[in-house]
Design a protein around this ligand. Structure first.
Ligand SMILES: [Cu+2]
Length: 144
């Protein structure tokens, strides 16, 4: 009598966690950098946020020790070619999408820097999300 032996397949999931990618399991922040700037000036921070979850989230606020205020802005150019920036109350993070903060678009404006940001310096920026909570990232200052 033949006996069929069930084949058990063991699936091993390997979770690779990058030391450079702060994540809370749903949101991952990468490629952060800031423009070099001097104390008293305004600075700008850029990064990429990937929402790997099936639900929408939103970036509600940001803060840092190196500036009086850190807020999300959107750069835009109107029909007359005039550039301006608009403060964003919340930046939507659609499910399973990547949102890029980059020159000419979304950025975190550092208003009234308390210290110089020289190329090679790093500082921390705290990001507060509606669903995901708080993520703290390390931001290097570097030339674009
Ligand atoms: Cu701005």
């Amino acid at each position: 009598m033949k006996k069929i032996t069930p084949l058990f397949i063991l699936t091993i999931a390997i979770l690779i966690v990058s030391a450079c990618a702060p994540t809370n399991g749903t949101l991952t922040v990468t490629d952060s950098w800031a423009r070099p700037a001097q104390a008293g000036e305004n600075g700008a921070v850029y990064f990429v946020i990937e929402n790997g979850s099936a639900s929408e989230d939103a970036l509600l606020s940001t803060s840092t020790n190196v500036a009086e205020v850190a807020e999300a802005h959107m750069s835009m150019v109107d029909a007359n070619g005039v550039a301006s920036m608009q403060m964003q109350e919340a930046v939507s993070m659609p499910a399973r999408e990547t949102v890029k903060f980059k020159p000419g678009g979304l950025h975190i404006m550092l208003i009234n820097l308390k210290q110089d940001l020289k190329a090679g310096d790093t500082f921390t920026l705290t990001l507060n999300f509606k669903e995901a909570g708080t993520i703290v990232i390390e931001v290097p200052a570097q030339e674009p």
